[in-house]
Design a protein around this ligand. Structure first.
Ligand SMILES: Cc1cc2nc3c(=O)[nH]c(=O)nc-3n(C[C@H](O)[C@H](O)[C@H](O)COP(=O)(O)OP(=O)(O)OC[C@H]3O[C@@H](n4cnc5c(N)ncnc54)[C@H](O)[C@@H]3O)c2cc1C
Ligand SMILES: NC(=O)C1=CN([C@@H]2O[C@H](COP(=O)(O)OP(=O)(O)OC[C@H]3O[C@@H](n4cnc5c(N)ncnc54)[C@H](OP(=O)(O)O)[C@@H]3O)[C@@H](O)[C@H]2O)C=CC1
Length: 501
C-alpha cells in the first residue's frame, strides 16, 4: 500500500465527530505549519460551540453539525476528505479509503466513534439511534406508529420515553429501576412521576442548523481543502455519521398517530427473548404466550417475564460498540473487554504512531479513583483535545502530563426536564458496601445524593436546580474529612457554600 500513497500528511485524523474535530483543531493550533488531514465517512462534521467551563471540571457546550468547508476556512493547513477508511497498514503508515485512495501519515488518530449495539442485526423492525439519519428514520416510523417497545435503560431510552408523544411506549428494562447507567433506585423513584406527567409544551423549533445528507446540488467535491484538490466519493447516506449531541431531539417532533399525549409502561427486570413477525408468532403456535392487549401488529416482542407485546417497531437503545472494524485487519491492536481500542495515558494505542480518542477507545491507564470512562460527548471533546496535545508534544519531543479533566468524572445533562449533574463515583462505582450515602429529596423539585467513602466525599448526583455542583466538586477534589459535619452536609437550612468558605 505504501508506494500507492498519493500524499503523506504529518497528521491524519479519522472521524468528523466531536473527538476527531477537536483533535484536528488542537493539532492545527499547536503546529500551524503541519499538514493535517481529517478523513471522515459522514458528509458533515461536528463542531463544539458556546463552550463554557462551569467549574473546575464541569463543562457545558453546544454541538453544531456543519459543512467541513467552515473548518477548512479556519485552518488553512487542513484537508478534509469525505470518504470511509477501508483499511490501515500500520507498518507502512498508510490508510486506504473506500474510493481506493491511499494516504500516508506520520501520526494517526482514530476517532471513528461507535455504532448502536443492536439487540439483533438486520431485523427491519429493530431500530437504533446514533446519527441524524437514524433519528430521522425513527421520526418517520414513529409518525405512523401506535405502539413501540423501547429496550435498554441508559441515556437514549431515558430521553425517548420522555419525548415520544401520541404513541404508547412499552419500556423493557433489565433492572429494578429506571436509568441504571446514570442513577440509583432513589433517583429513579424521584423521576418516575415525570414519566406520567409528561413534558411541558414547548416550541418545536430547531436551535441550530441541521444539514441533510444529500449530495451537494452543484456536484461539488467531497474534499474540502485550502491546499489540494483531492477528490473522493466514498461517502454516502449509508456511511455512519457522527453521534448526535445532547439536545438532538430539540426541534424534532416525536409524535405517533394516537390522540393520547403519552402512555409509558415499564416492564421491569426482563430481557428480550425473541422478536417475531406476526407470521412467525402464528407459526410458533405458542398459544400460552397470548399477545398483551390482543390486536394485530407487524412485530411481537417476547420478554423473559412471559409477556408477548405486539408493536409497530422496537427501539434498541442498548449501548454502543466501538467502530474499530476497518482498522483491525492485518494490524495488532490490543482491544479492551468492551471491544474499544486500548489507549494509554498518552492516548496511544498498541500500534506505533497510532492514537485513538472518543467512543472508539477504551481508557486503559490507571484511572484516578474519582474518574471513569463513559461514552459521552464531554469525554469525546476532552479526549480529542488531549490527544491533539499529545500528538503535537510527541512530534516536538515535549513531555505531556495526563490532563486535569481526567481527575474527576463530571457530567451535566438533562433528563425528564431536570438538570442532572453527576460527579465522581456518583453511583458508588467500585466501592461495594464500603460507602455511606446521604440523600435529600424534595418531590418534584430536587434529588441530592452524596457518596462518602471513609468520611470523604467521592461522588454526587444532583437533580434539579440544586446549585451545589461547584461546592461538591471542591469537596470531592480536596478530599476533606467531612465526618464532623455529618448530615449537616445536606441540611437545607445551612448555606453549604458559606459553610466551607
Ligand atoms: C441519540 C444520542 C444522544 C446522545 N446524547 C448525549 C448527551 O446528551 N450527552 C452526552 O454527553 N453524550 C451524548 N451522546 C453520546 C455522544 O454523542 C458521543 O459519546 C460522542 O458524540 C462521541 O463522539 P466521537 O467523536 O467519539 O464519535 P462520533 O460522534 O460517533 O463520530 C465518529 C465519526 O467517525 C466517522 N467514521 C466512522 N467510521 C469511519 C471510517 N471507517 N472511516 C472514516 N470515518 C469514519 C463518522 O462518520 C463520524 O464522523 C449521545 C449519543 C446518541 C447516539
Ligand atoms: N444525556 C446523556 O448523557 C445521554 C448520553 N447518551 C450516550 O449515548 C450512548 C448510547 O446510549 P444508549 O444506547 O442509551 O447506551 P447506554 O450505555 O447509556 O445504555 C445502554 C442500556 O442498555 C442496556 N442493555 C445492554 N444490552 C442489553 C440487552 N441485550 N437487553 C436489554 N438491555 C440491554 C444496558 O444495561 P447494562 O448497563 O446493565 O448492560 C443499559 O441500560 C451512550 O454512551 C450514552 O451514555 C445517550 C443519550 C443521552
Amino acid at each position: 500500500m505504501a508506494d500507492k500513497a498519493e500524499k503523506t500528511f504529518k497528521f491524519v485524523v479519522v472521524g468528523g465527530g466531536i473527538a476527531g474535530v477537536t483533535c484536528v483543531e488542537k493539532l492545527s493550533s499547536q503546529i500551524p505549519s503541519a499538514e493535517v488531514a481529517l478523513i471522515t465517512a459522514g458528509p458533515h462534521i461536528k463542531a463544539v460551540t458556546n463552550f463554557k467551563q462551569v467549574s473546575k471540571t464541569l463543562e457545558e457546550f453546544e454541538i453544531e453539525e456543519r459543512p467541513s468547508s467552515v473548518l477548512v476556512q479556519t485552518f488553512p493547513n487542513l484537508t478534509v476528505i469525505h470518504s470511509a477508511v477501508k483499511s490501515l497498514n500500520t507498518t507502512s503508515h498508510c490508510i486506504e479509503t473506500a474510493d481506493g485512495r491511499v494516504y500516508g501519515y506520520e501520526k494517526l488518530c482514530i476517532c471513528s466513534g461507535g455504532r448502536p449495539k443492536l439487540l439483533t442485526q438486520d431485523n427491519p423492525y429493530v431500530l437504533g439511534i446514533r446519527d441524524t439519519d437514524s433519528a430521522q428514520e425513527f421520526q418517520k416510523r414513529l409518525s405512523k406508529a401506535r405502539r413501540i417497545v423501547v429496550v435498554g435503560n441508559g441515556g437514549i431510552a431515558l430521553e425517548l420515553v420522555y419525548e415520544v408523544e401520541g404513541c404508547e411506549v412499552i419500556w423493557a428494562i433489565k433492572d429494578k429501576a429506571i436509568g441504571n447507567t446514570f442513577f440509583d433506585a432513589g433517583a429513579a423513584q424521584f423521576l418516575i412521576p415525570s414519566l406520567d406527567a409528561g413534558r411541558p409544551e414547548r416550541l418545536v423549533q430547531c436551535k441550530r442548523p441541521r444539514y441533510t445528507t444529500e449530495e451537494p446540488a452543484d456536484g461539488a467535491s467531497h474534499i474540502y481543502t485550502a491546499q489540494a484538490d483531492l477528490r473522493g466519493n466514498g461517502t454516502g447516506p449509508t456511511e455512519p455519521g457522527s453521534a448526535l449531541g445532547p439536545d438532538w431531539h430539540e426541534g424534532i417532533a416525536f409524535r405517533g398517530v394516537e390522540e393520547v399525549s403519552r402512555r409509558v409502561s415499564v416492564e421491569y427486570q426482563c430481557e428480550v427473548e425473541k422478536i417475531l413477525t406476526s407470521e412467525e408468532l402464528l407459526s410458533s403456535q405458542q398459544q400460552t404466550n397470548t399477545p398483551e392487549n390482543g390486536g394485530s401488529w407487524p412485530v411481537y416482542v417476547q420478554l423473559t417475564n412471559g409477556k408477548t407485546i405486539g408493536c409497530d417497531f422496537v427501539v434498541s437503545a442498548t449501548g454502543v460498540v466501538p467502530n474499530t472494524e476497518p482498522f483491525l485487519h492485518g494490524n495488532n491492536f490490543l482491544l479492551a473487554e468492551d471491544a474499544g481500542l486500548r489507549v494509554d495515558d498518552q492516548m496511544m494505542t498498541s500500534e506505533p504512531d497510532v492514537y485513538a480518542a472518543g467512543d472508539v477507545c477504551t481508557a486503559c491507564w490507571e484511572h484516578s479513583s474519582l474518574w471513569q470512562q463513559m461514552r459521552l460527548w464531554t469525554q469525546a471533546r476532552q479526549m480529542g483535545w488531549y490527544v491533539g496535545r499529545c500528538m503535537a508534544a510527541h512530534v516536538l519531543s515535549e513531555p505531556v502530563e495526563l490532563d486535569f479533566c481526567f481527575e474527576l468524572f463530571s457530567h451535566i445533562t438533562k433528563f425528564f426536564n431536570y438538570k442532572v449533574v453527576l460527579l465522581g463515583k456518583f453511583n458508588g462505582q467500585g466501592l461495594g458496601s464500603n460507602q455511606e450515602l446521604l440523600v435529600r429529596c424534595t418531590k418534584g423539585q430536587e434529588y441530592v445524593k452524596v457518596v462518602l467513602h471513609g468520611g470523604r466525599m467521592v461522588g454526587a448526583v444532583l437533580i434539579g436546580e440544586t446549585d451545589l455542583e461547584e461546592t461538591f466538586e471542591n469537596l470531592i477534589l480536596n478530599q476533606m474529612d467531612l465526618t464532623p459535619y455529618g448530615e449537616d452536609l445536606l441540611n437545607p437550612n445551612i448555606d453549604i457554600e458559606d459553610y466551607f468558605d
